[in-house]
Design a protein around this ligand. Structure first.
Ligand code: SF4
Length: 376
């Protein structure tokens, strides 16, 4: 915790903030600020939904780069529902958490078939759609339909935990606190939800909250008690698992072999160069040979290294050893993969890849996209 966190010794037990005063302070603060996000003021439920899904676990600056192009490519529920998964993943490439893109498309298909291409208003119906949890349902219901539904994301959880000095609040308790604030001005539920979110992302930040400029500082119980740094409790997360993977860029007639991961599961639906985990005691080139034999039924000759890439995904980090290779025997069959393709290096840009593979593709470009001479 930063030393910058203000502490105010409590002289007497502070009163918990009253919802009325809090709602007024939040709205005055919200009305006096502008935040330049492309979906602020948006009223189209589809566009609000896309923004909310993109913003999950992702920095706003990153979302800004994807939001406009995604909506140009898929301007409404129908176009998203009709799109190939490959195309949706390509538009999402680099944004991470790819299950969000798969579920967005799956939900679009359900909205078309079950709701006549219109997002339902009711939070229970929204929550029944793929990828829409309590937070996203509340955000859509309030921002798009003006309903007084709480939307408690990580930022709002932190703000409410501190305002009310809650040591271990349950989701229901937090929703109850948020709902009490919205009930003061149900006509401005969307603004109140956004005020809480903005306060969490810009003022009441995890490690250096700017309490001196907080509109609710006068009634913040954690500030009065000096417990800001303990609210909310930090969820401990151990070190990320580390995977060491060997992969082969198999060349044939100026094309390279790529395979598509099964739609469900980690990085599902994305393309990659074939390969797999390096077992204990195994050298990476051996692992590449074994994996391609097991998963594609082919024998390969492993040639020059293309390079090693380190990358941290959300749930694991990877060290990827990549090698140029060529087929010695067999014709690849996608037994573990969903599909395979032989593509010219310049065509790789048409397929969606995970981040570590994109770095390998950059290296292929640096090498002018030609196979090593021994494989030519
Ligand atoms: S709600 Fe405001 S006063 Fe309370 S900890 Fe957060 S920034 Fe500080």
């Amino acid at each position: 915790m930063s030393d910058a966190v203000p502490r105010r010794p409590a002289r007497c037990e502070p009163e918990p903030p009253d919802a009325d005063g809090l709602a007024g302070a939040l709205l005055r603060w919200f009305d006096g600020r502008s935040r330049d996000v492309p979906w602020r003021g948006e009223s189209d439920p589809y566009r609000i939904w896309v923004a909310e899904v993109m913003a999950q676990q992702t920095r706003i600056d990153t979302v800004r780069d994807y939001y406009g192009p995604f909506l140009e490519r898929f301007p409404d529920v129908d176009s998203l529902a009709a799109a190939e998964l490959d195309d949706v993943l390509k538009a999402w490439e680099g944004l991470g958490y790819y299950a969000r893109a798969r579920r967005l498309r799956a939900a679009a298909r359900e909205i078309v078939s079950e709701y006549g291409s219109r997002l339902p208003e009711e939070p229970e119906r929204l929550r029944s759609l793929p990828g829409i949890g309590a937070y996203t349902a509340g955000a859509i219901a309030s921002l798009a339909f003006g309903l007084p539904e709480p939307a408690v994301d990580g930022n709002v959880r932190r703000v409410l935990s501190r305002l009310f000095d809650l040591a271990a609040p349950t989701p229901a308790a937090l929703e109850g606190r948020a709902r009490a604030i919205l009930d003061i001005r149900p006509d401005r539920a969307a603004d109140l939800n956004q005020a809480l979110m903005d306060l969490g992302s810009s003022v009441c930040t995890p490690t250096s909250p700017a309490c001196e400029s907080c509109p609710a500082a006068g009634t913040c119980v954690a500030l009065a008690r000096g417990t800001v740094s303990e609210r909310p409790p930090v969820r401990s997360r151990g070190p990320l698992p580390h995977r060491i993977v060997a992969t082969a860029v198999v060349w044939r007639d100026g094309r390279v072999l790529i395979t598509r991961r099964p739609a469900e599961g980690l990085l599902g639906g994305l393309w990659e160069f074939p390969g797999g985990k390096v077992e204990a005691g195994e050298a990476p080139p051996e692992a590449a040979r074994r994996e391609l034999a097991e998963e594609l039924g082919v024998e390969i000759e492993v040639g020059e290294p293309l390079g090693t890439v380190e990358h941290a995904y959300s749930h694991f980090r990877i060290t990827l050893h990549a090698y140029h290779a060529r087929l010695l025997a067999g014709e690849p069959r996608p037994t573990a993969a969903d599909a395979l393709a032989w593509v010219r290096p310049r065509e790789l840009a048409d397929y969606a890849f995970p981040a570590a593979n994109l770095r390998l593709i950059e290296r292929l470009r640096d090498g002018a996209c030609t196979p090593p001479s021994s494989f030519g």
